[in-house]
Design a protein around this ligand. Structure first.
Ligand SMILES: Cc1cc2nc3c(=O)[nH]c(=O)nc-3n(C[C@H](O)[C@H](O)[C@H](O)COP(=O)(O)OP(=O)(O)OC[C@H]3O[C@@H](n4cnc5c(N)ncnc54)[C@H](O)[C@@H]3O)c2cc1C
Length: 293
């Protein structure tokens, strides 16, 4: 397995921003993953994993870490009985395709989530009333101390959150699905995709929901819309004119532009609603949002 230096991460994020990783590797097997973790320990580098970068903002200055992109066996998908077994780096679209081909239902909700099985565990990804927690049997978590299977209940999954810690890599995921006619699966997926297209920007570079929905009668999107932020732009990034909880790379955006927009959005939501919005997008690199007060 090759360890590369100074690889730009902008092509590994759906928003298309971000600087280089000091080191980058694509482990294809569990052995290679352990090798990479050992290498990072020797070089005193932190570990970070990228999936499809679909909820990720990488610092423009880059990341002082060994960044892993799981590939090969660690991104493959197979079916055993009613279990869908996906490598942590497997794209949700591939997993859904395999499930459908095997006549297994329950994963359709992921059709609108452009991430990986492992990224979904980290985020407890979900849509349309379902989430990873609802179908996850167990996940193989690997870190510098070794590997262990964790049952869904041990992962602390709740709304867009898991208890996984930096340095832990989800190498494999088992989902428990149920028999469902292929035509029914197709119809559910088509319906969900229609709903998604009607509500969100699907042809723009974004990182999905910027903020988690607060405990409030208004969603984050509705709140930011009420603050007059639809279409608001800083540098090359703009708040989507379609849905105010999305930031689009309108033209050569930098992560700093997105951060500036997020800071402004949080300030306005605080001033108008007294709500402190919490970011859903994950940060990689040395940056944080400014405190509100
Ligand atoms: C158009 C669009 C629509 C979206 N819609 C939804 C939606 O409906 N519901 C929803 O929940 N999300 C949605 N998202 C956000 C995103 O797709 C999900 O959060 C997804 O689960 C992220 O997966 P990823 O593989 O891309 O992770 P990344 O964005 O690459 O990473 C996210 C976090 O997970 C960590 N991570 C990734 N892979 C691993 C791994 N193997 N092991 C350990 N940690 C890992 C990363 O380090 C990072 O902290 C949307 C995004 C876009 C762009």
């Amino acid at each position: 397995m090759k360890i590369e230096e100074r690889i730009s991460l902008s092509r590994y994020t759906t928003i298309g921003t971000g600087g280089p990783a000091s080191a980058f590797a694509r482990p294809e097997t569990l052995n290679e993953l352990h090798e990479a973790l050992g290498w990072a320990r020797e070089h005193e580098l932190a570990i970070a994993t990228v999936g499809l970068g679909s909820n990720l903002l990488v610092a423009d200055d880059g990341v002082e870490a060994l960044v892993l992109k799981l590939a090969g066996e660690l991104a493959a998908v197979r079916v055993e009985g009613e279990l869908l077994i996906a490598g942590g780096g497997a794209a949700n679209a591939v997993a859904l395709h395999r499930a459908r081909a095997a006549g297994l239902g329950g994963f359709e909700f992921a059709c609108a989530i452009p991430g990986t099985a492992g990224g979904g565990v980290w985020m407890n990804a979900g849509a349309y009333g379902s989430d990873w927690a609802g179908i996850l049997e167990r996940a193989l978590v690997v870190d510098a101390d070794g590997e262990h299977w964790q049952a869904a209940a041990e992962l602390g999954l709740r709304y867009r959150h898991s208890d996984l810690r930096n340095g832990q890599v989800v190498a494999q995921v088992e989902f428990r699905l149920e028999q469902r006619p292929v035509e029914e699966i197709r119809a559910i997926v088509a319906d969900l995709q229609r709903q998604r297209k009607a509500a969100q920007p699907t042809n723009k570079r974004t990182y999905g929901s910027v903020f988690k929905n607060p405990d409030h009668e208004l969603s984050a999107g509705r709140m930011l819309e009420a603050c007059g932020l639809k279409g608001f732009r800083i540098g090359g990034a703009q708040i989507s004119p379609r849905h105010a909880n999305f930031i689009e790379n309108a033209d050569g955006a930098r992560s700093a532009d997105a951060i500036a927009l997020m800071t402004e959005a949080r300030r306005r939501a605080w001033d108008r609603f007294g709500v402190e919005l919490e970011h859903e997008v994950q940060f990689l690199g040395d940056f944080e949002l400014l405190p509100l007060e």
